[in-house]
Design a protein around this ligand. Structure first.
Ligand code: ATP
Ligand code: MG
Length: 478
């Protein structure tokens, strides 16, 4: 799926840097929707057109009812339909509609805010709210609306989104909000912010005080006010954790105050800890399974040495190799933070193991591994690892008769939802009739791949090419 920045570039004349600015804006603008109790729409000017705009993004507020239950993205508007959008874009000033207009019988108030980036207007955000559906005005509403105006001014001045905006989830206005004056003193705190600080052990009244004086540790306020950039900090006390995100409000080159979003993340951190304990347990189990498999392999090896019959000895040694491959998958998983492994890592290890066991010192066989499948779950990685071992072993054993050298390559790929593994050698090619042989190797491969619902082909092509394709659970749509 195309990203927002790609879509913006496709419909407009904007540069990739400008489209990226709008994308960052859209990852940060929930705070504006919530503070202004408004729906937000992002308009960009259509490619080559002067008075036509396309809505590229839309956001609904958490603090109020939406005016747009329907999807507005992709709608094209012209100057006569939305005069203030065009005007805000052309003049680079915030425009408010004089009188509320009636849409479906509901009066709607609308502001158009030009989005500036490096001095140039690159889009327009409209804030649309309905006085009839918005909440009973009180102190909270006043403070929110005022803060929203500050943020709008900063968008217009090219100061919002902040340069250091991190990717990922934002704390919400509804989680808790403190408004600071220009010196950093708390001039207002939402009830949820007060509760969050209370749970964190702050018993006194916080109004009129500095966050840094509440004895909760170093807060992000000072840094945000001096750097004028968004600053995050997480404070911890025992099992309690709060995240503070400080947004400095800059007006005419001076800091006019700041907004601090306060989010209690104690539950979240508790979950993180539980997950990491679970991960460690799973890794430990993989580690033990690997050890057990290696023990089984050494027992078989010992037994093989005592056998007189060469055929019996070879059979046991092959089993040792197969069990070793499965152990390798568990070893890789024991080093991963979750029950998935990057399959390229497993394949490299298999390469070392097979080469060490089979390549005679007087032959040089080069092995290359290219591509990636991404991370695979154990139930897919294990049979694929056994498959790769068999194919690689065949190339080394059969493709290069005595004393000749050659190369083997393994290529890994993801094709939509499928994992594709290609093992290729530049050896003698498969002799006629050998594919129907009653030997075990290729039969194991066919059985495993069929169980995974995949396909397996092997053919001669200046050597031998074997291609394995198996579907994964994350099948791409279509
Ligand atoms: N890369 C290759 N180059 C040349 N011949 C091959 C190649 N791969 C397989 N063959 C031929 O196909 C036959 C069947 O392979 P298969 O892996 O099933 O059995 P095997 O390797 O002989 O025995 P096993 O794998 O059970 O130890 C091989 O004996 C060999 O003749
Ligand atoms: Mg074989």
């Amino acid at each position: 799926m195309a990203t927002l920045a790609d879509r913006i570039r496709a419909v407009s004349d904007l540069s990739s840097d400008e489209a990226e600015h709008l994308r960052t804006l859209c990852s940060s603008w929930q705070v504006l929707a919530d503070l202004s109790f408004s729906d937000l729409l992002l308009y960009v000017r259509k490619k080559g057109a002067v008075e036509r705009f396309e809505i590229c993004a839309q956001l609904r507020p958490f603090t109020s009812q939406t005016l747009y239950p329907q999807d507005m993205v992709g709608t094209i508007v012209t100057q006569p339909e939305q005069p203030i959008v065009e005007r805000a874009f052309r003049e680079g000033r915030i425009w408010a509609q004089d009188d509320p207009v009636l849409v479906d019988g509901i009066p709607i108030r609308m502001d158009a805010v030009p989005v500036r980036h490096h001095g140039r207007v690159v889009g327009v955000v409209t804030k649309e709210g309905s006085p009839a559906t918005s909440r009973r005005p009180g102190r909270l509403e006043q403070v929110y609306i005022q803060s929203a105006e500050h943020v709008s001014d900063m968008i217009c001045a090219g100061r919002f989104p902040y340069p250091g905006t991190p990717v990922g989830d934002w704390p919400k206005v509804g989680d808790g909000l403190c408004v600071l004056d220009r010196s950093g003193r708390i001039s207002w705190a939402s009830p949820n912010a007060v509760s969050a600080f209370r749970r964190f052990g702050v018993k006194q009244n916080i109004l009129g005080r500095y966050l840094d004086d509440l004895r909760i540790g170093q807060t992000p306020v000072q840094h945000a006010l001096t750097s004028r950039d968004l600053t995050d900090d997480e404070l911890s006390r025992g099992e309690s954790h709060i995240l503070l995100r400080c947004l400095p409000l800059v007006e005419d080159e001076a800091v006019a105050g700041a907004l601090v979003l306060v989010r209690d993340v104690s539950e979240l951190r508790q979950k993180d800890r539980e997950i990491s304990v679970k991960d460690a347990t799973i890794r430990e189990i993989h580690h033990r399974v690997k050890n057990n498999l290696q023990t089984i392999a050494s027992l078989l090896r010992l037994q093989a040495r005592r056998l007189r019959s060469e055929e019996g000895r070879n059979a046991l040694n092959e089993s040792v190799l197969r069990i070793g491959t499965i152990a390798l998958v568990h070893e890789t998983l024991s080093e991963e933070p979750s029950d998935v492994a990057e399959f390229a890592d497993v394949v490299r290890r298999i390469g070392y193991m097979v080469a060490e066991g089979l390549v005679l010192p007087e032959r040089t066989i080069s092995l290359t591994v290219t591509g990636k499948t991404g991370r695979l779950e154990a139930d897919l990685a294990t049979p694929l690892a056994v498959t790769v071992t068999e194919l690689l072993q065949n190339s080394i054993e059969h493709a290069f008769p005595e004393e000749s050298s050659g190369s083997v390559s393994i290529d890994l790929a993801r094709d939509r939802g499928d994992v594709v593994v290609t093992v290729r050698d530049d050896g003698v090619g498969i002799p006629d009739g050998s594919l129907e042989s009653a030997r075990l190797g290729l039969q194991i491969v066919r059985t495993l791949i069929a169980e995974l619902g995949g396909t397996f082909t092997i053919s001669a092509d200046g050597g031998t090419v074997a291609v394995v394709r198996v579907p994964t659970k994350e099948r791409a749509p279509g």
